[in-house]
Write a protein that binds this ligand. Structure first.
Ligand code: ADP
Ligand code: ZN
Length: 213
């Protein structure tokens, strides 16, 4: 099962992707996470990506296509995978099509104002990558899961969030129409409670499987 989670930054793609990955025992591939790791490790890709990521701009297509092409050829992707954060442009979608065909696309929606609120209050564990929201942390600064430090991602700073949103509307939103035509896309409200959202996605995927996708 090859899946794509599509939608604006902060809508909850990564969180749902992790749940679906566990349920179907396929890897969730977050290109944002891959880039952040490369940046932390100071690899050539990481150094090249940093100026773009820190400003909320997109890393050039050819860099991203190579990253994803390498990743989905690895053994753990043989039975399928979930893409979160790629493709993010029409050229990326075309390049992916050359490599494989996606079975289902889950499009998560949310209004811009709600996204700004979510991202500016988001804190990320610098050790395990788990995300938390200040509203629920009540002053705690450590990750519940692993005890790591909770930090504000540099690109979650308010001005950068606005950049990411305009980049999303200009370059990524056209993919909704691109995939809608295939009949393999469903749209869902990103504001749904986590378990309801997960149940909805599960229903969509089970239906997809019985249809032979
Ligand atoms: P979010 O979805 O919350 O914006 P991500 O973690 O997916 O955050 O991505 C963070 C940053 O990584 C993006 O703002 C962008 O700079 C870069 N990035 C991730 N995926 C891609 C991609 N497919 N194409 C170009 N840039 C990307
Ligand atoms: Zn943690």
């Amino acid at each position: 099962m090859k899946l794509l989670f599509l939608g604006p930054p902060g809508v909850g793609k990564g969180t749902q992707a992790a749940l679906v990955a566990k349920r179907y025992r396929i890897p969730a591939i977050s290109t944002g996470e891959i880039l952040r790791e490369a940046m932390k490790a100071g690899t050539p890709v990481g150094l090249r990506a940093k100026t773009y990521v820190d400003q909320g701009l997109l890393v050039p297509d050819e860099v991203m296509i190579e990253i994803v092409d390498d990743r989905i050829r690895q053994g753990d992707c043989a039975k399928g995978f979930i893409l979160d954060g790629f493709p993010r442009t029409v050229p990326q979608a075309r390049a992916l099509e050359e490599i494989c065909q996606l079975d289902r696309i889950v499009y998560m929606t949310m209004a811009d104002e709600a996204i700004v609120k979510r991202l500016s209050g988001r804190r990320v564990c610098d050790n395990c990558g788990a995300t938390h929201h200040v509203d629920r942390l009540k002053g705690r600064t450590r990750c519940e899961g692993c005890g790591g430090n909770l930090i504000l991602r540099k690109d979650d700073a308010p001005e950068t969030v606005l950049n990411r949103l305009s980049v999303y509307h200009e370059q990524t939103a056209p993919l909704v129409e691109y995939y809608q035509g295939t009949g393999r896309l469903t749209a869902m409200d990103g504001a749904m409670p986590l378990d309801e959202g997960f149940a909805y996605i599960e229903g969509f995927l089970e239906h997809a499987e019985s249809a032979g996708a």
